[in-house]
Write a protein that binds this ligand. Structure first.
Ligand code: ADP
Ligand code: ADP
Length: 226
């Protein structure tokens, strides 16, 4: 599983300057195992929608469903990646990944084994015992993806994950993400400003308009994957 359904979604922030309608009337679907991107101008509500899917924000109107059930908060069935990596600096790479596995109640040696397998898939085996501070931005983001996948989510939500990386690192990261997606058969919802990246990576692309941000178009991407 790993199906996402967003139906007539709206979210209003209450601020000191009054209410801000960040998003309204957005509907979209991601089928289990699908790789779907959302593009749209800054401020159209992409992050707000991902945060509602992650369970960090509650919709003001409409429904946000995962596998047919309303999202009620964060859960191990959904992993989230932000533009700014958020690794624990006092833990090594492998410890960061194992942290995600602790919630599954696995034995210590089994945690280490699973963490190493995932790090291998992301080409990070040599960096297991490094601390995040010594790694490049791309490497940190790779570890972040591995850590988010460690709990075994069916869905990966990514918010401009490669926006801060240089072009070459970005390309490598795209390949790693594609590889993980194919191997783990997860559903991916990927937010980017970069239309080429969206087309290159996705089964389908949703185009959001400027705030209040209803979905304007849905594009099926017929190109072969890298
Ligand atoms: P995007 O990810 O597409 O750039 P956001 O979801 O970040 O869009 O923002 C959508 C709108 O909601 C913008 O107008 C933004 O200024 C506003 N917004 C985002 N977060 C908050 C917040 N915490 N409080 C008030 N307004 C917000
Ligand atoms: P992006 O465009 O990449 O989604 P932003 O730079 O718009 O990110 O927003 C970064 C952070 O600031 C987010 O956590 C968002 O919720 C918050 N934010 C954005 N706009 C506002 C706003 N008008 N008031 C308060 N917080 C905001």
């Amino acid at each position: 599983l790993g199906k996402i359904e967003i139906e007539d979604f709206g979210l209003r922030y209450e601020t000191a300057n009054g209410p801000v309608d960040a998003v309204s009337g957005v509907s979209l679907t991601v089928e289990p195992g699908e790789f779907v991107s959302i593009i749209g101008p800054s401020g159209c509500g992409k992050s707000t929608m991902l945060n509602a899917l992650a369970g960090f924000l509650k919709p003001t109107s409409g429904a946000v469903l995962v596998d047919g059930r309303p999202v009620e908060g964060p859960g191990a069935d959904r992993g989230m990646i932000f533009q700014q990596y958020s690794l624990f600096p006092w833990m090594t790479v492998v410890q960061n990944v194992e942290f995600g596995l602790k919630m599954k109640g696995l034995h210590r040696s089994e945690r280490r084994r699973q963490a190493r397998t995932l790090l291998g898939l992301a080409g990070l085996s040599q960096f297991e015992n490094h601390y995040p501070d010594g790694l490049s931005g791309g490497m940190k983001q790779r570890v972040g993806i591995v850590r988010a996948l460690a709990t075994g989510p069916r869905i990966l939500l990514l918010d401009e994950p490669f926006g801060a990386l240089d072009a070459q690192t970005r390309l490598i990261m795209q390949q790693i993400l594609t590889n993980m997606w194919q191997r783990l058969k997860i559903s991916v919802l990927f937010v980017t400003h970069d239309i080429d990246e969206a087309v290159f990576l996705s089964d389908r692309v949703y185009v959001m308009t400027a705030r209040p941000g209803a979905i304007k178009a849905e594009v099926a991407v017929p190109l072969p994957r890298p």
